[in-house]
Design a binder for this molecule. Structure first.
Ligand SMILES: C[S@@+](CC[C@H](N)C(=O)[O-])C[C@H]1O[C@@H](n2cnc3c(N)ncnc32)[C@H](O)[C@@H]1O
Length: 407
């Protein structure tokens, strides 16, 4: 309840509040609380529609009774908890309150064999925003993507050994250096984890670093580097990497990931809006902080907490970071900009505005041979990935990326 309150009522990120909100719970109970909260966010619109179908008056959005019903219903209808156990965990949440109402509505829906639709309904504001930006087929694709558990993508440290790892782990590769597995359990128990032969990274998220190619003898600044998926790709591709991030806690995770994989990078804490004025790099990768609406399959809370003002705020921060990044690239160098967002303001609009401000920069078009088969490069030369892409192969996170060159 605390976790869902933080996300749905206060607009906080589930990842950010999970540790605090579940403090004191034993690990299995914590995992269950997080799973329930994620599934409530995934099915929120349809859960509320069911609840409203069984009450004479719609319950206010923020009352405990509605939240308790969402929690009970998601356990019974999605997580396979026997109904009596599901309601038993939810009733204490309304102790001293409308227990009878909650019990009654839950019982009515369970007796009527209520079901949730196979494709979850997106919140209306999100559906409207994405229809306006990308059209109705994208919204349908997003709904389908929300229904399915995403597969597990791995980036292989030594791309030449991709086939060997695909066979060892029982996965398929969609581009050299990538292996896709069906969603599994504990990744730390998979072969190769302890020796650092791979790391978990969605296929979309693995594309921006690839756009810089091999880096033997060259330097790259990775801005917004932590927890390090792209830093590790760049280091594995031979670059001398400086990974910069504003968060000390996330930089610790970057250091742990580098230690596990045996890769090297200089780790710097800093603000990507104010970069050192006495250093330059051959290339810069800016994996910018963004609304993260592209990762809604794994983090359905973004669908309920990201508001237009959040998108505008992130876009403003990205513009400052892009200008700062452009200022530390050596003549003739490259700058890759990426966001895991499905909002044009954090992608196409950002690059159009950058090129209007910075006349010495231009787009270095991404080539089709640099991306997995089935992903289309836009005519402007950038890559916009939306949910219908590669759907038959398990889908990919929504992403935007562009490669820019000075001159
Ligand atoms: C999309 S995440 C990076 C993911 C990472 N590149 C990877 O592949 O694992 C964005 C990162 O930007 C960092 N960040 C946010 N604001 C920043 C700022 N002003 N300066 C530098 N880093 C910032 C966040 O701490 C976060 O780690």
């Amino acid at each position: 309840m605390k976790l869902l309150d933080a996300v749905i009522r206060r607009g906080e990120s589930m990842d950010a509040v999970a540790a605090n909100a579940t403090r004191g719970l034993a690990p299995p109970d914590r995992a269950l609380a997080i799973a329930i909260s994620a599934e409530v966010c995934r099915h929120l619109v349809d859960l509320d529609a069911l609840i409203d179908s069984a009450t004479a008056q719609p319950l206010p959005a923020d009352v405990k009774a509605r939240m308790a019903l969402r929690i009970a219903l998601v356990q019974a209808l999605v997580l396979g908890t026997p109904p009596h156990a599901a309601i038993a965990t939810a009733l204490p949440l309304v102790s001293g309150g409308p227990r009878k109402l909650v019990h009654g509505v839950f019982g009515t829906l369970i007796r009527a064999e209520a079901k949730l639709p196979a494709m979850p309904t997106l919140p209306e504001d999100v559906a409207l925003r994405w229809t306006a930006a990308w059209g109705p087929a994208m919204v349908e694709g997003a709904s389908a993507a929300l229904a399915a558990a995403p597969p597990l993508d791995l980036t292989i440290k030594e791309p030449a050994r991709t086939a060997e790892w695909a066979e060892r782990l029982g996965g398929v590769s969609m581009i050299p250096g990538h292996v896709r597995l069906p969603r599994g359990g504990d990744v730390t128990r998979l072969g190769g984890f302890a020796e650092g032969a791979w790391w978990v990274q969605d296929l979309s998220a693995a594309l921006p670093a690839r756009l810089l190619g091999s880096g033997k003898g060259r330097t790259v600044l990775d801005i917004g580097a932590a927890p390090g998926g792209k830093t590790m790709q760049l280091a594995a591709a031979g670059w001398t990497v400086t990974g910069l991030d504003a968060s000390e806690r996330r930089l610790d995770r970057l250091s742990q990931n580098l230690a596990r994989t045996g890769l090297e990078a200089e780790c710097l804490r800093g603000d990507g809006r104010k970069l050192p004025d006495d250093r330059e790099w051959d290339a810069v990768l800016l994996d910018a902080p963004c609304s993260a609406t592209g990762i809604f399959r794994r983090h359905p809370d973004v669908l309920h907490r990201i508001m237009p003002r959040d998108i505008a705020n992130r876009a403003e921060l990205q513009a400052l970071m892009l200008d700062a990044a452009a200022g530390v690239v050596k003549a003739g160098g490259s700058l890759v900009f990426a966001t895991c967002s499905l909002e044009p303001e954090e992608g196409e609009g950002q690059i159009d505005a950058f090129l209007a401000r910075q006349p010495y920069w231009s787009i270095d078009p991404i080539r089709t041979d640099e991306v997995p088969a089935g992903v289309h490069v836009a005519e402007q030369g950038w890559l916009r990935i939306t949910p219908p892409d590669l759907a038959e192969a398990g889908g990919v996170d929504g992403f935007f990326m562009a490669r820019l060159r000075l001159g």
